[in-house]
Design a protein around this ligand. Sequence first.
Ligand code: C2E
Ligand code: CA
Ligand code: CA
Length: 250
Amino acid sequence: MIERALKDALRHESYYLLYQPQLDLGSGKVTGVEALLRVDETILGLISPAEFIPIAEESDLILKIGKWVFEECCRQILLWREEGIENLLVAINLSRRQLMDEGWGPFVEETIGRYGIDPSNIEFEITETTFMHSKKLGYQTITSLQEMGFKFSIDDFGTGYSSLANLKQFIVDKLKIDRSFVMDIVENESDRAIVKASIALAKALGLSTIAEGVETAEQQALLRELGCDEMQGYLFSRPVPAADIPELLR
Ligand code: C2E
Ligand code: CA
Ligand code: CA
């Protein structure tokens, strides 16, 4: 039922994106936004992407949705540019199927060409598990996108099966520390130790770090103290419509 509704949503243009700001912990400036997918409430009720994305991922539907997301981000980057907003990094979530799709790289290249967008404005987020299980084809896609100038970050870092050898071989730009560690970072010593170690690992490999799910000022202060570079979370802002971003930047 959900799958059918997701297909209908594509036909009826019922998808939209919200954007959640990412901030530099040192300067407090907004450096980027993560694009997060939503479906119009009238289609499926209030169902979260954490529920419907896995269903879309069971078939090629995720490829169509992924293309829509990418193109919508390009369109939005142009609209922001018209408002004088440049150099805002837009982070886009990628699924494993997208990486394994030989058409993805060419689609992305054609689309940014059509919109006149600089690849350095876009960062792809892939989960640790996707990254580690990408196999040859996935790695080829990652490498060719990197050669075009796109950035990569590893999402949900710390929750998946992680091979340090892989991390070393495919140098991404950023580690995104999972919300589950950030959540209890103030109270739980083990979580704090994991975050600290993740930051140290990232630094040693020359990567930057961003903590997701930051909800309190205490968490923010501690992350800053531990040397984390950036943060994202409800403390500063929930995911918001594109029109709200200029104000948050100011
Ligand atoms: P994610 O990539 O880990 O995205 C972060 C999720 O954490 C988002 O949930 C965001 O709204 C939520 N979040 C951010 N800050 C906080 C906070 O301070 N506290 C709490 N409790 N939550 C916070 P959302 O938007 O429901 O997305 C869920 C997942 O769906 C995403 O997890 C991502 O895996 C997937 N997703 C969303 N959009 C897309 C997309 O366009 N493509 C793909 N492939 N996956 C997507
Ligand atoms: Ca993400
Ligand atoms: Ca995440």
